[in-house]
Design a protein around this ligand. Structure first.
Ligand code: ADP
Ligand code: ZN
Ligand code: ZN
Length: 755
C-alpha cells in the first residue's frame, strides 16, 4: 500500500503538519510529489485541496483509519507545484526534512499592515533645482545634495530605494518636502504617469558593441527557437555583462515570460537597481534581506498576480513564485553567498538549473572570475561559454598592475605596511585630488594575537580560533563574541613580545594618517558597518568624493563603481591564501582580480599595486596579469590530483556536540557504518572516506565539531550515502550512541565555505 503525506494549506500555521492519506489503486501510477489533490477532511469529510509532499510505504497510524485521496486536480501548472517539486529535489540532493525544504521555497504568509509604496517627485524646474543643489553643496548638506542630484537625473525616485540604497533619512526627505523641493506620492500614481514602457525603455538603451551583440543575439536566437540552455558569460569587470543581460531579459519579457536576476546582496547597489528600473520600469521588483517576512510575502504575491516580470535579489529571490519563468540570470556566479549555510544547504546555481528545467527556462551565469565549477562544466560542454574580454566603454582602459615584494621591502629597511611604490603613487594621487582604495583581504584586527619569541597564539577558550585585537586594546573572538583584556606578558615564555599581528584595517588607517596627515580617510569593515545603514553611508560618502582614501575589507571590492578611484592598493595579497581550505587559492584569485577591476573604471587610467610575501604564487601571478585561464589551468591540475570539486564531488558530514567524547564516538561509529556500506556496495574504489577529524575550527560556542568527508566522482553515490547518514541519524537502534547526548549531524554536498 502507498500512502501520501499531504499538506493542506501552505500557510504559516499549518506548515508544520502533514496528514496521511491512502493512495487508492486507481491513482497509484498518477500521484506524484508536488501534485495538488483533493481529499476528504475533518469529521464532515469536507472536500479540500492539498499538496503531496511525500509518498511512502509506511503508515503513520493504523492504516484502517486512513482516508483515501479523492482525485488529482488538473491544475498542475500552479506555481506551488513547481516550487514543491523543487523543494523535494533540494531535500534529496542536499539533505534536510521536507518541511524545512518547503519553508525554504515557500513564502511564509504573515499578516502585515499593507505598506503603501511611495515615490519621491521633484517639484522644481531644472534651473532652480541646480541652484538648490549648489546651495546644499555650499552648506555641506551632503545627504540633501545626494538626493537632489538623483532627483535632477530621474525626476522621480522610489521611496524605499532612496531610504535603503541611497541611505537618505526620512528626516531629510521630510525637510526637503517642507521646502517644497519635492513631494511624496503613492506609487500607483508613479506607475500610471511614468511612461516607462517601450519608448523610454529604448531611449535608455545603450547600443551594444559587437562582442556584446554577438552574445545577446546568440542567446536570444536560441531562445526564440525554443532551445533552452545554461550559458556562462565570462566577461571582465566593466565589459558590459549587465547590458547583455538586460537585452536578453527584454526579449524574454516581451514573450510574456518572467525573469529572476540573482545578484549578491553586497553588490545590489543603488546604481545597479536603478539601471534595471530605468530599463524595465515598475515591472521590476527587488528583494533584499532587510525586508520583513511580510514585505517579502507581498512581493511574492505581486509576482503571483503577474504585476512583476523581473525580480532582482539575492539567493532567496530564486523562489519568487512566477507562473511562467523564462530565464534566470546569476550575476557574479562565483560568489560564495550563493551557497546556503542553513539546511538544506543548497547552491543557487544548481538549484536554478533545476528550477529552469521545471519551467522550460534558460540560465545565464556571469562572472569576471567564474567559479572552478562553472568553468569546468563550460569546458566540458555542459554550459555554453561566451567571453567578453574588453571593457565596454571605449574610454575605460585596463589598470596597470604592479607587484611589490614585501620581503624585499623589509630587507631594504622599510618596516611600514606601504611599499615604496605604493607610497609614491598615493602621494601623487592625493596631489591630483584623485581617490585611492586600500584593500585588506581580512576583517578588522583579525590578526593572530601571538608571541614573537615563542610562537604562542592566544585563542578563544570557546572556539579554538585566534583572538584578535580591537581599538582600545580589547581582545575579541569573531565567532562567539568572547572578549577579554589585552595580554602584555606571554603566558608561555614570559616574553613581552606578544601582540596582535599588525595588519588590520584599523592599523592601516593609523598608518595612513601618520604618512598623510591631511588626507581624509574612510574605513569600511565589520566594525564600522555593524550599525544599520552605515554600509551604504560610507559607500555613498566615498562615491560623493567626501574622502580621499577608502580602506576596507572584502566589502569594498564587490561591484561598486567609483569613477574617481585611480589607485587600488592591495596590502597583503597572500593573507587569504593561508586559510586551511582547498578553495583558498580560488578565493584569493577572485578577490585580487576583482580588487584590481575597481581601479580605472571611467575616464582615468588606473594603477593597482599588489603587495605580497609570495609573489611567485600562481594565484597572485595570474591575478596580476588578469589572466583567468592561466589561473584555471594551474588550479584544475591541483583539484584533479586531489579529487576536489569540480574534478569530483565531496560530501561533508558535520557532527556536533557539547560533549567532545560523544561527538568523537558518534563520528567514529558513523564512519565505520559508512565504510561498511561502501564495501558492501562494492564502491571501494569509487568512494573515499576521510576522517573523522576535527574541523579547522574545533569548537564554536562550546560546541565541538567533527567532520567526515566523502569524495567521489559519482555524485549519485554520495547522495545515497547522504541518505544513509540521515537514516542513521534518525534511528537510535542502528546507532547506539544516544540522541540524548545532543548530537547534531548535518550533511553538506559540495561544501563551499570551509569549516
Ligand atoms: P559588467 O556588468 O560586465 O561589469 P556593465 O554592464 O556594468 O559591465 O558595463 C560597464 C560600463 O560600461 C557601464 O558604465 C555601462 O554603462 C557601460 N557600457 C556597457 N555597454 C556599453 C556599450 N555598448 N556602449 C557604451 N557603454 C557601455
Ligand atoms: Zn612566548
Ligand atoms: Zn569564541
Amino acid at each position: 500500500m502507498k500512502y501520501a503525506n499531504i499538506i493542506v494549506n501552505i500557510s504559516h500555521e499549518s506548515l508544520d503538519k502533514t496528514f496521511q492519506y491512502v493512495i487508492p489503486e486507481r491513482l497509484r501510477d498518477e500521484v506524484s510529489v508536488g501534485d495538488y489533490v483533493s481529499i476528504p477532511f475533518g469529521r464532515g469529510n469536507r472536500l479540500i485541496e492539498g499538496y503531496v509532499l511525500e509518498i511512502t510505504d509506511k503508515a503513520e497510524i493504523d492504516p484502517a483509519k486512513l482516508k483515501e485521496i479523492t482525485g488529482i486536480k488538473t491544475d498542475s501548472r500552479l506555481v506551488e507545484h513547481k516550487l514543491i517539486r523543487l523543494a523535494y529535489w533540494m531535500k534529496q540532493r542536499y539533505g534536510s526534512t521536507m518541511i524545512t525544504a518547503l519553508k525554504t521555497v515557500l513564502p511564509i504568509k504573515k499578516i502585515v499592515k499593507e505598506k503603501e509604496e511611495r515615490s519621491i517627485i521633484l517639484c522644481m524646474e531644472d534651473e532652480a533645482a541646480y541652484e538648490r543643489l549648489k546651495l546644499y553643496a555650499r552648506k555641506h548638506q551632503t545627504a540633501r545634495e545626494r538626493l537632489m542630484r538623483e532627483l535632477i537625473n530621474e525626476k522621480q525616485l522610489d521611496y524605499r530605494l532612496v531610504t535603503t540604497k541611497l541611505n537618505i533619512s526620512t528626516a531629510t526627505i521630510n525637510a526637503m518636502e517642507k521646502q517644497e523641493v519635492l513631494k511624496i506620492e503613492k506609487t500607483r500614481v508613479y506607475r500610471n504617469t511614468a511612461g516607462r514602457t517601450d519608448e523610454s525603455g529604448s531611449s535608455n538603451r545603450l547600443r551594444l558593441n559587437e562582442e556584446q551583440e554577438k552574445i545577446a543575439s546568440g542567446i536570444i536566437n536560441e531562445y526564440s527557437r525554443g532551445i533552452r540552455n545554461t550559458y556562462l558569460i565570462h566577461g571582465i569587470t566593466g565589459s558590459g555583462k549587465t547590458e547583455v543581460y538586460m537585452e536578453i531579459i527584454d526579449a524574454v519579457v516581451r514573450q510574456g515570460r518572467q525573469v529572476i536576476v540573482l545578484i549578491p546582496e553586497i553588490s545590489l547597489t543603488y546604481q545597479t537597481v536603478m539601471r534595471f528600473y530605468k530599463r524595465f520600469g515598475d515591472s521590476v521588483s527587488t528583494l533584499h534581506s532587510k525586508l520583513s517576512d511580510g514585505e517579502k510575502y507581498d512581493q511574492f504575491e505581486r509576482a503571483k498576480k503577474g504585476e512583476i516580470s523581473v525580480m532582482i535579489g539575492p539567493r532567496s529571490a530564486l523562489f519568487t513564485p512566477f507562473e511562467d519563468l523564462g530565464l534566470i540570470v546569476i550575476d557574479e556566479e562565483h560568489e560564495s553567498s550563493y551557497k546556503s549555510d542553513s539546511m538544506p544547504k543548497y547552491h543557487a546555481r544548481e538549484t536554478a538549473i533545476e528550477l529552469a528545467a521545471l519551467h522550460g527556462a534558460s540560465v545565464i551565469l556571469g562572472s569576471a572570475t567564474p567559479s572552478m565549477e562553472a568553468y569546468y562544466r563550460a569546458l566540458k560542454g555542459e554550459y555554453k561559454l561566451y567571453t567578453l574580454d574588453k571593457r565596454a566603454r571605449s574610454d575605460a582602459g585596463l589598470p596597470a598592475v604592479h607587484i611589490a615584494d614585501l620581503r624585499e621591502e623589509l630587507k631594504s629597511g622599510n618596516r611600514t605596511m606601504f611599499s615604496r611604490e605604493l607610497k609614491a603613487m598615493m602621494e601623487e594621487r592625493l596631489e591630483k585630488g584623485e581617490q585611492i582604495m586600500l584593500f585588506l583581504n581580512r576583517r578588522g584586527y583579525a590578526g593572530f594575537y601571538s608571541c614573537r619569541s615563542c610562537g604562542f597564539v592566544l585563542k578563544c577558550p570557546h572556539c579554538d580560533v585566534s583572538m584578535s585585537r580591537h581599538e582600545g586594546g580589547r581582545l575579541k573572538c569573531h565567532y562567539c563574541g568572547y572578549e577579554r583584556e589585552e595580554v602584555k606578558i606571554c603566558p608561555e615564555c614570559g616574553s613581552s613580545y606578544i601582540g596582535g599581528m599588525r595588519a588590520g584595517t584599523q592599523q592601516i588607517e593609523e598608518g595612513v594618517k601618520k604618512l598623510f596627515p591631511h588626507a581624509s580617510v574612510l574605513r569600511m569593515d565589520a566594525d564600522t558597518t555593524s550599525a544599520k545603514g552605515s554600509y551604504e553611508k560610507i559607500l555613498s560618502a566615498f562615491a560623493n568624493r567626501e574622502a580621499d582614501i577608502l580602506i576596507g575589507t572584502q566589502m569594498i571590492v564587490k561591484g561598486h563603481d567609483f569613477p574617481y578611484v585611480t589607485l587600488m592598493g592591495i596590502l597583503i595579497a597572500d593573507m587569504s591564501l593561508n586559510v586551511g581550505d582547498y578553495r583558498a587559492s580560488e578565493r584569493t584569485f577572485q578577490l585580487l582580480t576583482q580588487a584590481a577591476g575597481r581601479a580605472g573604471r571611467a575616464e582615468f587610467p588606473g594603477d593597482v599595486v599588489i603587495q605580497t610575501y609570495k609573489p611567485e604564487h600562481y594565484a597572485i601571478i595570474a591575478a596580476a596579469k588578469q589572466d583567468y585561464k592561466e589561473f584555471y589551468n594551474e588550479e584544475i591540475m591541483y583539484r584533479e590530483l586531489m579529487e576536489y570539486p569540480p574534478a569530483g564531488h565531496m560530501l561533508a558530514v558535520m557532527i556536533e556536540s557539547r560533549d567532545e567524547d560523544a561527538a568523537d564516538d558518534y563520528a567514529k561509529g558513523l564512519a565505520e557504518m559508512l565504510k561498511d556500506d561502501i564495501i558492501k556496495g562494492l564502491h571501494t574504489d569509487k568512494v573515499r572516506l576521510i576522517g573523522p577529524a576535527d574541523a579547522a575550527v574545533r569548537k564554536i560556542n562550546d560546541v565541538y565539531r567533527k567532520l567526515i568527508y566523502l569524495k567521489s566522482a559519482d555524485q549519485e553515490l554520495l547522495v545515497a550515502l547522504k541518505d544513509r547518514v540521515e537514516e542513521i541519524k534518525d534511528n537510535d537502534e542502528i546507532n547506539p550512541v544516544t540522541k540524548n547526548k545532543g548530537i547534531r549531524v548535518t550533511p553538506d554536498m559540495d561544501p563551499v565555505n570551509g569549516y
